[in-house]
Design a protein around this ligand. Structure first.
Ligand code: HEC
Length: 413
C-alpha cells in the first residue's frame, strides 16, 4: 500500500509540469488547440484522449524523422513522461495536492509564448474574411516608427482569428527599399487590387529579409545568444497574410510581438530559401521528387529550417551534398500540410563558403493521399492550396554588419 501511494502520479506534482512544458503552448485559451489543458478539471475531462494521443505520439505534433538530427525545439515526450501520463490516467486521474503544482507560466497572463514583448506592432486595419471561397494573399504595410536600429532576439505572430490564418510572412522593409514603394500603407490590399502591373509583380516577389514565417503550430522565433534579426531605423513591417475560409465570415487583425536584444549581437540572422517553381507533378502519381540546391556564397552558421509545400506534400529533406556527391541529411520531415513547423538545430552548424545545400521534396498526387483535392490534375506552382509550392526556408547567422545583399557577393577564389 505504502509503495503504490509513493508511485502513483498526481495531477499537480507529475502531470501538470509535463502539460506546461509540452502542451500548453497550444492547449490554453486563445491558442490553436480545440481545448485547454490548464486546470485539473479540463485535463480530467479529456484524460482518455490525452493518454491515447501521447502514447500514439500524435501529440505533441512533431514530424522530424527521429533518426536524423537533433532539434532544440523538439517537444516530444520522453518514454518516462508518456508512462507517467498513462499511469495517472489508469490510476483514475488523482488530483494530488495543489501545493505541489509548478509555478504558473507567465503566458497564462499575457497571452504570448515569448517573454513580455518590448514592442507589439498590429495591423492598423482589420482584414475582412468572407465565409467561403479562396482569398488572395492580403498585404498590409505598417511603419514601425523605430527611431533607431533594432535587433530582434525573439518574435511571435498573434492572429486575432487563428482559425483563418493559413500562413503568414512578415517582411522587413528598410527605408531605402523600393519594394512596393507606391503601394498604400496602413491598409490591407491584394496584388490584383493594385492597378499598376509593376506593383502587382512586386507583391509576388521580393528579396527583402523576413522577420518571421508563421503557420499554425510553429514555435515563435527565438535566436541563440548573441544572434538576432536586424530591423533598421525607419523600417516598415510588411504583413503578407494567407487566409482560408471555413464557412464563417470574420475579420482578422494580426499582431507581431518583438523582444529586442539588450546589446547589439555579434551575428545577424538572415532567412534564405531554396525554391523550385518549375515543376509539373503528373496526375495519379505518388512520390514525385522535386529538388532545389545552391552553394553558400560565404561562410555562415546554419540555425533552422522551415519546409513549405501544400496539400500534396509528403516528405521534405535538407541535405549537404559533398564534393564526391556524398549526401549528409540534416532534416527529414514526414510532411503534414496541417502542421508546418520550424525545426531548430540543437547545435548550430558552421558551414564554409561553397557548401552545397540541397532541398528535396516529394509529393503524393495519387488517390491514396486523403488531402489530395484532385488526383487527375497536373499540378504546378501557385499560391492556393490546390496548387503546389516547394520552398525550403532556412535561417543562417552571418557577421552582424553583413546584409542579405552583401552575403550574396561571392569572394574571388
Ligand atoms: C503545436 C500545438 C500543440 C501542441 C504542442 C499540443 N497540441 Fe494537442 N492538439 C493541437 C491541435 C491543433 C489539436 C486539434 C487538431 C488535431 O487533432 O490535430 C490537438 C488535439 C489534441 C487532442 C485531441 C482532442 C480531442 O478532443 O480528441 C488531445 C487529447 C491533445 N491534443 C493532447 C495534447 C497533449 C497531451 C499535448 C502535450 C503532451 C499536446 N496535445 C500538445 C495542438 C497542439
Amino acid at each position: 500500500m505504502f509503495l503504490t501511494l509513493l508511485l502513483t502520479a498526481t495531477f499537480y506534482k507529475d502531470v501538470l509540469p509535463i502539460l506546461q512544458d509540452h502542451c500548453q503552448s497550444c492547449h490554453r485559451p486563445g491558442q490553436i488547440a480545440p481545448m485547454p489543458l490548464v486546470t485539473y478539471a479540463q485535463t480530467k475531462a479529456k484524460a482518455k484522449a490525452v493518454s491515447q494521443m501521447v502514447r500514439s505520439k500524435k501529440m505533441p505534433p512533431w514530424f522530424a524523422d527521429p533518426k536524423v538530427g537533433h532539434f532544440a525545439n523538439d517537444p516530444s515526450l520522453t518514454a518516462e513522461e508518456i508512462e507517467t501520463i498513462s499511469q495517472w490516467v489508469e490510476a483514475g486521474t488523482p488530483e494530488g495536492n495543489r501545493r505541489d503544482a509548478p509555478q504558473l507560466k507567465l503566458w497564462n497572463v499575457n497571452g504570448w509564448n515569448i517573454p513580455q514583448p518590448d514592442r507589439v506592432v498590429q495591423m492598423p486595419k482589420p482584414v475582412r474574411i468572407p465565409a467561403r471561397g479562396d482569398v488572395e494573399y492580403t498585404y498590409q504595410i505598417v511603419p514601425t516608427g523605430f527611431a533607431e536600429d533594432k535587433w530582434v532576439r525573439m518574435s511571435e505572430l498573434k492572429p486575432s482569428s487563428r482559425q483563418h490564418v493559413h500562413h503568414a510572412v512578415i517582411y522587413i522593409r528598410p527605408p531605402d527599399s523600393t519594394w512596393l514603394r507606391n503601394a498604400p500603407k496602413n491598409t490591407p490590399f491584394t496584388a490584383s487590387s493594385l492597378g499598376d502591373p509593376h506593383l502587382q509583380h512586386d507583391a509576388h516577389w521580393t528579396d527583402s529579409d523576413m522577420l518571421l514565417v508563421y503557420a499554425p503550430g510553429t514555435s515563435p522565433d527565438t535566436w541563440p545568444e548573441d544572434m538576432a534579426k536586424f530591423v533598421p531605423a525607419g523600417s516598415d513591417l510588411v504583413f503578407q497574410m494567407h487566409y482560408t475560409t471555413n464557412g464563417r465570415a470574420t475579420q482578422d487583425q494580426t499582431s507581431v510581438g518583438m523582444v529586442f536584444s539588450k546589446t547589439p549581437p555579434g551575428k545577424r540572422v538572415l532567412t534564405l530559401q531554396l525554391t523550385n517553381d518549375r515543376f509539373e507533378i503528373p496526375p495519379e502519381t505518388d512520390d514525385y521528387r522535386v529538388e532545389a540546391w545552391g552553394s553558400l556564397p560565404n561562410d555562415a552558421t546554419l540555425l533552422s529550417f522551415f519546409p513549405h509545400m501544400h496539400l500534396r506534400g509528403k516528405r521534405f529533406e535538407y541535405n549537404i551534398v559533398g564534393e564526391r556527391g556524398n549526401v549528409e541529411t540534416l532534416l527529414r520531415v514526414n510532411y503534414d500540410f496541417y502542421w508546418q513547423l520550424t525545426y531548430r538545430l540543437a547545435q548550430p552548424r558552421p558551414l564554409k563558403a561553397g557548401t552545397r545545400l540541397q532541398a528535396v521534396a516529394w509529393y503524393d498526387n495519387s488517390r491514396k493521399n486523403p488531402h489530395n483535392p484532385d488526383p487527375t490534375a497536373i499540378v504546378r506552382w501557385g499560391d492556393q492550396s490546390y496548387e503546389e509550392m516547394m520552398v525550403g526556408f532556412f535561417d543562417i547567422a552571418v557577421p552582424a554588419g553583413v546584409d542579405k545583399w552583401q552575403y550574396f557577393v561571392r569572394q574571388p577564389k
